[in-house]
Design a protein around this ligand. Structure first.
Ligand code: MG
Ligand code: MG
Length: 278
């Protein structure tokens, strides 16, 4: 008899600690949303994020990744993920920026990201706003595919179906990044098993009660093909098309879902699937 593999699961007490770490990340990103404006450098955003996390007792966990010295990844326009904050990277009206942030608090980790247009929707190309919205919708579609006893890779199936239905409605094909994936999160930011943001043949391990994962679709207006820039970190599209990236860390319990890195725990978007941890 084969016993199907299962994801890890956390205890109720551990989930409360993960909520504290996730909430710190969510609050940091909320703060940064108000700071993304024309003329700000991505390094200035990084400094604000580091101050915020440390002043609340946390550690910027991206700095625990060997070789990475910053609190955020800031990826602009054709950059998809892992953009390095820089004083020379000043944001301009109409730029599409993705801000990815993580923190460790009391030994537990959170990881989340949002995309936005600098200067708001008035400054945006309509296709950029659409890309941002459909990527966020795909994130929530992936989150709601998580259920105790279900299979982990249902997440990627839902993410991909959501993006494809948006593409069908728009009469175009969006690029779904496959080279970078979501992951289990807990004592470390990146734990196994990984979580593809696209449909795969395998259905993956069974989701155990208390599972905590980071779901993070990345979508482009063109090809899904990417390259790593000369800084050895920044991932950009090969065709120069713009990309969006959204991420949340999520807890799955028998009673439902809590989005650990959402300030409201996911209540507004999850409806009946939402459950408070405390
Ligand atoms: Mg992240
Ligand atoms: Mg992540």
């Amino acid at each position: 008899m084969f016993r199907r593999s299962q994801t890890p699961g956390r205890t109720a007490d551990q989930l409360l600690l993960m909520r504290r770490a996730g909430l710190l990340v969510g609050q940091t990103l909320e703060m940064l949303r108000g700071e993304v404006r024309p003329g700000v450098s991505t390094l200035a955003l990084d400094a604000l994020a580091e101050d915020f996390i440390r002043s609340h007792g946390g550690i910027p966990n991206f700095q625990l990744v060997p070789g990475y010295a910053h609190t955020l990844c800031t990826s602009v326009n054709d950059e998809v993920v892992h953009g390095i904050p820089s004083s020379s990277r000043v944001l301009h009206e109409g730029d599409l920026v993705s801000v990815d942030c993580g923190a460790e608090l009391e030994g537990w980790n959170g990881d989340a990201a949002f995309s936005a247009v600098v200067g708001g929707s008035d400054a945006a190309r309509p296709e950029d706003l659409r890309l941002i919205d459909l990527t966020e919708d795909a994130l929530w579609a992936g989150i709601t595919a998580l259920v105790v006893g279900g299979r982990l890779y249902a997440v990627g199936e839902s993410v991909e179906a959501s993006i494809e239905s948006a593409g069908a409605a728009d009469g175009r094909e969006y690029g779904i990044i496959e080279e970078y994936v979501g992951h289990t999160i807990g004592r470390s930011m990146h734990e196994d098993p990984q979580i593809p943001n696209y449909a795969v043949r395998d259905k993956g391990p069974t989701v155990r009660a208390g599972f905590t994962g980071a779901i993070e679709p990345m979508v482009t207006l063109g090809s899904p093909s990417t390259r790593v820039l000369a800084d050895d970190w920044t991932v950009a599209t090969t065709d120069g098309s713009r990309a969006a990236h959204w991420e949340h860390s999520v807890a799955v319990t028998e009673a439902g879902l809590t989005v650990l890195t959402a300030v409201d725990g996911g209540a507004a978007r999850l409806g009946d699937a939402y459950v408070a941890l405390d």
